[in-house]
Structures are given as structure tokens and as C-alpha cells.
Design a protein around this ligand. Structure first.
Ligand SMILES: [Zn+2]
Length: 471
């Protein structure tokens, strides 16, 4: 048995049902679960009553979090980790979604197993440093020797809780699709690979560190048959979920209307994509009745504000979704349309963007609060990924928690309400990250491996990839 005490936090944000925030907060973790949360002065009392042996011997690890806000680990619901290799390539000049994709596909054709593995290490490390403890990824392109195993290996080396989704593209340009034929796969092979990943890696346990999802890239990149078969596969395994991009832009909406006579959400529902095990990324260009459909069917949504702004896609109606109790989480989206992996920063942008308004709604600074944004990044993400052991700090939940320093330069003067300041001030990195009971970041230092050589290797792969595409 391993015991950890975190004490003296300025504020410990529980995200429990009452949304309790504990001043001078403490937390005791036993192995990979939270055993107790409360005021620091009560920690010893609780320990003597419940673990008298440990009370005599002392904790295996004690962390003094004075000067910090402690929150549940943040949860990222949508990403394409490999895109760290092409940051800044298409985002500087500004391109809309379909042009952005057409520009990048020829570069991504050169991806290799080593490129997927190394970029996953980079993107996941940056995510962890920003506060993320659970990450979902959507890997939808498999040229050369690439496999979903490559990014799983990277996640396991870091120790981050991981929900990789086996994506796919099967309709190339020659069939009226968007992507080059060279990066499209055979549908039978896609199905085999989905089943292989599930059989080898998927763990439905409530405290699982690794769950596989099935995730065609977009409704316009695979056939209706593969969409339907994906839904059938997901339904035949516990906690295997369905994910795709939907209604990101009007071009997206127009494609399914032109090809199938249905808007994307209607199209997905027609093929069995509905319910708690389904979540869609973006949902920017959706109608009021589609928001109602999400609420009524308990289908989840992932909001990606940076990507929606960089690609000029629009503002998703997150205020309406939250008001109607739609399950909403946050995603940084791929690192080529963000161009970063900062999940706390994404929560900040979600808050700001909802204050600006969208057609038919007036701007209002009070429309979305800092605490609501933190909810999206924690308990909101847990609901979307259907992992109710995370996103909350209370006894029996997973020991996934993080601490940000509030006594630094960026937060000077913001300590009267540190929880608000965490979101409204510029977003810093974590001082502490504990995932599944293991310390992954301590004193602001990333522990799993030395980052410098990985960054250097990653940059060499990136330059090589881009040069080959241009030659
Ligand atoms: Zn995406």
C-alpha cells in the first residue's frame, strides 16, 4: 500500500455535487484512489482513525501545496496528437477547414510509426504540463507503417490516462472525398484494426488507464456502411465508444445534405450513432433543434475553441448546450489547428468565446463564468468520456489531481479568488500532477523522461516530413 498526503492548498476544488471548494485543503490518496479530502487540520485525525499504522509510520509521500490551487486533473476529449509535427504550417496565413486539410494531407502522407510515437510523446507531455491527466486522441490517418499502437506506447511511457480512438478514412478524392487516395484504407482492414485494438488494449474497468474508441474521421471520409459497422462494433463491447467530427463548418453540413439528403447529425442518427456512448467534436454549425436532440439523446459534445477560431469555423453554442444539460467537454483538437496543447488555456478560451456571442445572441461578460469553464475541463470531460471515477476529488475516485501555483508573477494580485484567477489570468503550467496515484510532475518538473532530446528528435522528424512533401 502506498500513501500520499497533499496539504495546505490555498483552495482545493472538489467538483463534487455541491461544488465544494475547501480552504486550506488536504487530500489523502491510498494507492491509485482518493481516500479522503478535507481541511488540512483534520488530515491527521482521519488518518489515526482509519489507518493507525500509517499514522505511526508517516505517509510515503507528503506534498505541501501552500500557495496552490488544487483541482481534479483536466480531461481532453478531442485531439490529433500527430499534428504537433506540422504546427504553424497552415495556420499562420489562415485557411478554412477543407483548404487546411487539403494543404496538410500531402505532408501527413509521409508519417511513420516513429513519427506517430514521437509526436504523441510531445503532445501528451505538453498536455500533462498544462494540467491534463486524461487524454482522448483521434488518430485517423495510417500511412506507411503507422498503427494506433504507436501512440499507446507513448501514453504508457508518460503514465497519462488514455482514450485513443481508432480513426479511418476510406473515401479518397477519386470517389468524391476530400483526402488523397494514398492515405485512404480498405474498409475491411479498418474493421480488423478496430477489433484488434479493442481486443489487445481495451480495458472497461471504471479506473481504466486505457480505453479504445471507434472513430471514422468525418461522415464525409468513410462510407455509410463503415459508419454503421463502427456503431455495431462499439455496441458489442462494454465502454467502447463512438467518436467523429460533426458540423464543424457549413461545408461539413453541405456535404452530407448533398450526398445523403441529411444534415450530419440526422445522418449519424440514421446510422446508429446516438446515445451516451457517442460524442461529436465541434458541433459549431448546429441548430436549436439539434441542441435539443443532443440533450434528449444524451449524446456528448466536445468544444474546441482554439481550433474553431484558427480555422474560422465559428462559435459553438456551448451556453445553450450547458443550459439544456448536454454533456459537454473540452478538446484542444489537433496541434496543427491550435497550435498548442494547453488544456487550461483551452478552458480560458472557452469562457472568453462564450462571452462574445454568436449570430442571434448578444455579447455578455456574465454569460459564461470561470468556474463553469473549469467544470467543462473536469467533470464535463468525465461525463463525455463516460469515466465517472475522474473529474472529481472525493473519496473513492481516481487519484488524478493537479496543482497550479498562485504565488507566481502571472497571478500576483489574484489570490482573493484564486479559482477565478486560475481561468482569467494567463494560463501557466502545473506545479504538480498526480495521475493514477503516481507523481508525474513535481516542482514544475516533468518526470517521465528528459524532454530536450525528444523535442530535438521531434523537430528533425517534422523538418524531414515537410521537406519531403515539398521536394
Ligand atoms: Zn479534430
Amino acid at each position: 500500500m502506498s500513501t500520499l498526503l497533499l496539504k495546505n492548498a490555498d483552495v482545493l476544488v472538489t467538483m463534487n455535487e455541491n461544488r465544494d471548494e475547501i480552504l486550506n485543503g488536504a487530500l489523502i490518496a491510498v494507492d491509485n484512489k482518493i481516500a479522503w479530502v478535507g481541511e488540512s487540520s483534520q488530515a491527521d485525525v482521519w488518518l489515526r482513525e482509519n489507518y493507525p499504522e500509517t499514522a505511526k509510520a508517516g505517509f510515503d509521500k507528503t506534498i505541501d501545496a501552500a500557495g496552490c490551487v488544487v483541482t481534479p486533473g483536466l480531461i481532453n476529449c478531442h485531439h490529433h496528437l500527430f499534428q504537433s509535427l506540422t504546427r504553424g504550417v497552415a495556420t499562420g496565413p489562415g485557411k478554412n477547414l477543407f483548404d487546411w486539410l487539403r494543404f496538410l494531407y500531402p505532408i501527413w502522407e509521409g508519417l511513420t510509426s516513429e513519427a506517430i510515437y514521437t509526436s504523441a510523446k510531445i503532445s501528451l507531455s505538453e498536455l500533462v504540463m498544462s494540467g491534463c491527466t486524461t487524454a482522448s486522441d483521434h488518430l485517423y490517418i495510417y500511412p506507411n507503417d503507422t498503427r494506433i499502437d504507436d501512440e499507446i506506447r507513448a501514453a504508457q511511457e508518460i503514465g497519462v490516462r488514455f482514450h485513443p480512438n481508432r480513426g479511418s478514412m476510406t473515401i479518397g478524392e477519386s470517389q468524391g472525398g476530400l483526402s488523397p487516395d494514398s492515405v485512404c484504407e480498405d474498409e475491411e482492414f479498418v474493421i480488423k484494426e478496430c477489433l484488434r485494438a479493442i481486443e489487445i488494449y481495451h480495458d472497461p474497468d471504471p479506473f481504466s488507464m486505457l480505453r479504445i474508441g471507434v472513430a471514422p474521421c468525418m461522415p464525409n471520409t468513410v462510407s455509410p456502411d463503415l459508419m454503421r459497422e463502427s456503431a455495431r462494433i462499439a455496441a458489442s463491447y462494454p465502454m467502447v465508444k463512438l467518436h467523429t467530427h460533426t458540423s464543424e463548418t457549413e461545408d461539413d453540413n453541405n456535404y452530407t445534405v448533398e450526398h445523403y439528403g441529411k444534415r450530419p447529425i440526422d445522418y449519424c442518427e440514421w446510422l446508429g450513432w446516438v446515445g451516451e456512448h457517442v460524442w461529436f467534436a465541434h458541433l459549431v454549425q448546429i441548430t436549436d433543434s439539434e441542441v435539443d436532440w443532443l440533450a434528449n439523446t444524451h449524446t456528448g459534445a466536445c468544444h474546441c475553441p482554439s481550433s474553431n477560431m484558427i480555422l474560422g469555423s465559428g462559435i459553438a453554442p456551448i451556453r445553450q448546450m450547458v443550459d439544456k444539460n448536454v454533456r459537454v467537454g473540452l478538446g484542444v483538437d489537433g496541434t496543427s489547428s491550435n497550435d498548442g496543447n494547453h488544456l487550461l488555456g483551452e478552458a480560458r478560451l472557452a469562457m472568453l468565446l462564450q462571452r462574445v456571442g454568436w449570430p442571434g445572441f448578444q455579447s455578455s461578460a456574465s454569460r459564461f463564468t470561470a468556474r463553469e469553464a473549469l467544470e467543462l475541463a473536469t467533470i464535463g470531460g468525465a461525463r463525455v468520456l463516460q469515466q465517472d471515477t475522474i473529474g472529481v476529488l472525493s473519496p473513492g475516485k481516481a487519484a488524478d489531481f493537479i496543482a497550479y501555483r498562485m504565488d507566481d508573477l502571472a497571478h500576483a494580485g489574484g489570490r482573493s479568488d484564486p479559482v477565478s484567477s486560475l481561468l482569467t489570468c494567463y494560463s501557466g503550467n502545473v506545479w504538480l500532477s498526480v495521475i493514477n496515484g503516481k507523481v508525474v510532475v513535481e516542482d514544475g518538473q516533468f518526470l517521465p523522461f528528459e524532454l530536450g532530446p525528444v523535442i530535438e528528435h521531434h523537430n528533425a522528424i517534422s523538418m524531414d516530413l515537410i521537406e519531403k512533401a515539398n521536394s
